[in-house]
Design a protein around this ligand. Structure first.
Ligand code: ADP
Ligand code: UDP
Length: 237
């Protein structure tokens, strides 16, 4: 598979065309940003971990009935994926209060919900990814009602899978963000990544944060946390 011109450079990954018009190569960087790009830094080795973790989860999810963009891991940092047109929604599932949920609703972090919540943000950096509901997404024609139903169904299925998986590793899945895309024929598939950049992961016993919050909140031990969750994942896969 030939890597052709770069078509996009985001905050954490680069996307390249290939000689197949339906396939892209994603290249994971060590760059880290938070607060809509206001805080910038590097997490050494993050690109390798996020690439490998994402791919292992995508392969497992595919088997569990959630279609994904994953095709083949090409190297430590590079993966061949199906080209999609990204649905401009950040889909966030929460099992426990944290982050913007705790801030917005004035509650402490760590409240375990009886049922997971789902919310959407409009994926638009200029607007700061504003929160929106299904009716807003339909009004803005970001997706069809059928696509929204499919996305919700897959997002909860991903949560069921990931929550159980991480529990076996002694890790509590607090919340996470997913992105979905449309294949050329319109099929909705899971895209982007599943990693400590996009999930909140707490040690089940100590509640120690093992994710990007260590970077966001200057807690130190960022690289160690990424390595720790990767090590635990590899022990359970
Ligand atoms: P951001 O755009 O938020 O800075 P990244 O640095 O992770 O994020 O960049 C990767 C970009 O590639 C994201 O915009 C994501 O929506 C997009 N993307 C992920 N998977 C695919 C795919 N299979 N096809 C096309 N674009 C994708
Ligand atoms: N998240 C993400 N990208 C974003 C926003 C959120 O991956 O642009 C993830 C984040 O890592 C967390 C979950 O989505 O696991 C919920 O994030 P939250 O809304 O609490 O926002 P934050 O605290 O990051 O502002």
């Amino acid at each position: 598979m030939q890597k052709l011109e770069q078509i996009y450079e985001g905050k954490a990954k680069k996307v390249f065309k290939t000689d197949d018009p339906n396939l892209f190569i994603v290249d994971y960087k060590d760059d880290a940003t938070a607060f809509n790009g206001l805080k910038k830094g590097t997490i050494s080795g993050k690109g390798v971990i996020n690439n490998q973790m994402t791919n292992r989860f995508m392969a497992k999810l595919e088997k569990a009935g959630v279609p994904t963009h994953f095709v083949e891991e090409l190297s430590e940092r590079e993966t061949l994926v199906k080209k999609v047109s990204i649905v401009p929604l950040e889909v966030i599932i929460r099992n426990i209060s944290a982050g913007s949920f705790a801030k917005r609703y004035g509650v402490e972090e760590g409240i375990v919900f009886d049922q997971p919540t789902i919310e959407f943000s409009y994926k638009n950096d200029e607007l700061g990814d504003p929160l929106l509901n299904t009716a807003h997404a339909l009004a803005l024609k970001l997706a069809t009602p059928e696509e929204i139903d499919t996305i919700k169904k897959y997002a909860f299925a991903v949560n069921d899978f990931l929550k159980d998986f991480w529990a076996k590793c002694g890790v509590t899945l607090v919340d996470f963000k997913l992105e979905f895309g449309r294949l050329v024929d319109g099929t909705i598939v899971l895209a982007d990544e599943i990693s400590p950049d996009t999930c909140r992961l707490w040690d089940s016993k100590t509640h120690e944060k093992l994710d990007k919050d260590r970077f966001r909140r200057d807690l130190g031990g960022v690289e160690d946390a990424y390595e720790e969750v990767m090590r635990r994942m590899m022990g359970a896969i």
